[in-house]
Design a protein. Sequence first.
Lengths: 323, 248
Amino acid sequence: MISIDHVSKTFGDVRAIDDVSLQVGRGEIFGVVGQSGAGKSTLIRTVNLLERPDAGTVSVDGVELTALPAAGLREARRGIGMVFQHFNLLSSRTVRGNVELGLEIAGVPTRDRVRRSGEILELVGLGHRADAYPSQLSGGQKQRVGIARALASQPKVLLSDEATSALDPETTRSILELIRSIRDELGLTVLLITHEMDVVKTVCDSAALLESGRIVESGRLVDLISTPGSRLARDLFPLGPVQPRPGTTVIDITFSGGTADRPVIAQLARVHGLDVSILGAAIETIAGSQAGRTRLELPGSAAANEAAIADLRGQNLLVEVVA
Amino acid sequence: MIDVNAPGFWESLLQVLLVGTGQTLYMVGVSLVVTIVVGLPLGVVLVGTEPGGILAAPLGSRALGRVINRTLDFVVNLGRSVPFIILMVAIIPFTRLVVGTFIGSTAAIVPLSVVAIPFFARMVEIAIKEVDGGLVEAADSLGATRWHVVSKVLVPEAMPAMILGLSTTVTSIINFSAMVGTVAGGGLGDVAIRYGYQRYSVVHMVAVIIVIFAIVMALQAVATLLARRFARRGTVSRRSQSLLTPGG
């Protein structure tokens, strides 16, 4: 649905994004994570050409935006909603007025505008605040208006530029739930950028890690968590740094889907006679299914534990020897 | 010297004041309308043609945008730095061209507008620069044209600050209108000079000051009220808020 192909953008001598390619499938929620300065914002802004790339092409729904003339681009942008970190609502307009902005721009007749804005405000749960001004709303409510505005002209794609970064954890969760339910209801394709791994965990189907303008890793979350050495997977289950003790082996076991309920530790103790210590564990719901990671300390060197590790791997568990 | 005790003094004072006030309001009112009609777009173009602005490249030419910006900036600075009394005399040929004469209240409207337009354009420029660039981006993301951005985002969002700028502009138009007696424009300033100064009538002088003060206060009150009404809708920038205090 969204196809970013070898896109680069330079500001002065800074390569904000460097030869980035990315595919987002229809109906998918795709998260781009990275630290501030990694180029996330620039990347998402190239999708609707708020930032025109120096090189590469961007296509949305089969239309190559980078090849469109100004009028065609404006038309295409009406099919791409965008939500901003600081909401960017017009203070001179009511909630309803803000939601209708895009419809006015598109030349929708008043009667249809009123009907449409009413519907969409109900959808985001703000039907009762239609006549309020943005200054009278909480941050979470403002972002709901932002989402309603982006969705009013029935776009197929929603871009979210750090939409929850200015919100508290509780509100963040409710906004993410809203995005997810809207995706389910309207079949929207969502591309979001964030610096919070929690956002990816809560709402995304796929993710990419952006570092110094380059994509280091990307894929579906369910695949990433069973990929050895995946940094995204490691960040999804932060187990902290390893502090190895001499004469022991530390392993990380990742469970996902059908392997989540295996009695691994009991098995290691019983079958291999190992005194296992648990150093850390994290269980998360990722992309709608349970997944987890456990860090275990086994007595003896890695070589001595080879049989036990092979046994675990034989059960389709992802085992990484970390120390 | 005018004798306060002479028969018919107060009647004639009232008569003179009424005519003067009428002329002042006429000149200021029409100048104000002209100032808004010309100054508002001028201010928008001034901001828009700055590098990175929405009109930075009119007709696709960045160079043209720069030329327009520099030219307008120069003209605005020129207009604001020439003392009014000199400007009024200097543009007599232009005034003649527009009104047919350079004498009288109607003719005085031309220099008054000419001096107020750059002033107001700067006010508009400042007000629009205060509008968060994110709002323009939001409109862009919705497929807005430049005209949409100006008419639906920049001007409405800058409204409170522009209204306050306008009230400052009116005050200075009133101020300058006191000088148009020089070209027989009449008005309250002329009354003060001819009766109060040249004929030593303290009563006339005081009366004119009171009337002008009342007009300015009334305008200020209306502007503040309007700005508050617009501002209440949203977050008012700190600058606009400081302008909200009387005398700002």
